[in-house]
Design a protein around this ligand. Structure first.
Ligand code: COA
Length: 283
């Protein structure tokens, strides 16, 4: 589906691109010909990521920034435009999250997550969108949210609130900015193991086992699967797709089905035999 030049006309900023899924997307974009910028708070992590990305021979830039800082984000966008000549893609991937019972959460804990996820996405999107509109260029925004943006989720309430806000932002701007040739889409990943997410959210092998049982596909996601979806949405292969949120989760979000628990009762062959026995005999 993709050629080496699928993204050769793209210059894309991936926030939080020095590790995890952000890095995997940045790497895939670079392999497929894009100029890629990654930003993050930690300069050592940025440099390490940049040296790995440079193996693709792509044009790579790094920028140290905290996406919570509106002015600093503006300076970053200006610099990237100057150095790349233009910027036509933004992936809002930077996030903050931790497990916490809400009754034990401090106001500042709530604020930190919402500031990074919701305000950070606004800050990058606002500067990038204004640059595109003022320069008359078209562009593409991709927001990495989560499957629980729609359902809500216990023990990660600030993240659920913030990601729900980002989903609303995606749909609002997809309509509002379509007239400028700006597409805005989202990806809702289910469980994709990353060091950052796993140490914070899956801190124990028992958690991991239980987590795995929730996934009908029977496995966690692979980074390349998500990265390829991101390529599709960031490329000219999807010019008419906007305001969409694509879920990629091996069916995990479908847990709500009322009779899904039957799949847990016994191995599948036994379940089938049991259900067959329940059929009324033909007259
Ligand atoms: N449980 C409860 N509260 C927590 C917490 C936890 N596990 N981790 C942090 N907090 C609270 C802190 O206590 C603090 O509140 P307080 O001032 O009332 O004590 C508040 O959150 C901010 O913490 P701090 O470490 O000062 O913030 P930060 O801006 O440096 O970091 C976080 C932001 C907390 C989101 C941090 O986890 C982070 O930097 N995450 C980035 C990476 C990430 O989470 N990626 C997502 C992977 S899924």
């Amino acid at each position: 589906m993709f050629g080496k030049d699928t993204l050769s006309n793209k210059s894309i900023l991936v926030t939080g691109g020095s590790s995890g899924l952000g890095f995997s997307m940045a790497k895939r974009f670079a392999e497929l010909g894009a100029k890629v910028a990654i930003c993050g708070r930690n300069p050592e992590k940025l440099e390490k990521a940049a040296s790995e990305l440079s193996e693709t021979k792509a044009n790579i830039l790094t920028h140290q920034v905290d996406v919570r800082d509106y002015e600093a984000v503006g300076i970053m966008i200006e610099r990237l435009v100057e150095e790349f000549g233009e910027l036509n893609g933004l992936v809002n991937n930077a996030a903050g999250n931790f497990l916490c019972a809400t009754e034990d959460l401090s106001p500042n804990g709530f604020k930190s997550v919402v500031d990074i996820v919701l305000h950070g996405t606004f800050n990058c999107t606002h500067h990038f969108g204004k640059y595109l509109i003022d320069s008359g260029n078209t562009g593409n925004i991709l927001n990495i949210i989560t499957t629980y943006a729609e359902s809500g989720c216990a023990f990660v309430m600030p993240s659920a609130c913030a990601k729900a806000g980002v989903l609303a932002m995606s749909k609002s701007l997809a309509f509002e900015w379509a007239t400028y040739g700006i597409r805005v889409n989202a990806i809702a990943p289910g469980p994709f193991p990353t060091k950052g997410a796993w140490t914070r959210l899956v801190p124990d092998p028992e958690f991991e086992k239980k987590f795995m049982r929730r996934i009908p596909a029977g496995r966690f996601g692979e980074h390349i699967e998500l990265a390829n979806l991101a390529v599709f949405l960031m490329s000219d292969l999807s010019p008419y797709v906007t305001g969409e949120c694509v879920t990629i989760d091996g069916g995990e979000r479908l847990q709500a089905g009322q009779f899904n628990y039957i799949a847990e009762l016994a191995p599948r062959q036994e379940v089938r035999e049991f259900l067959k026995k329940m059929r009324p005999a033909k007259e």
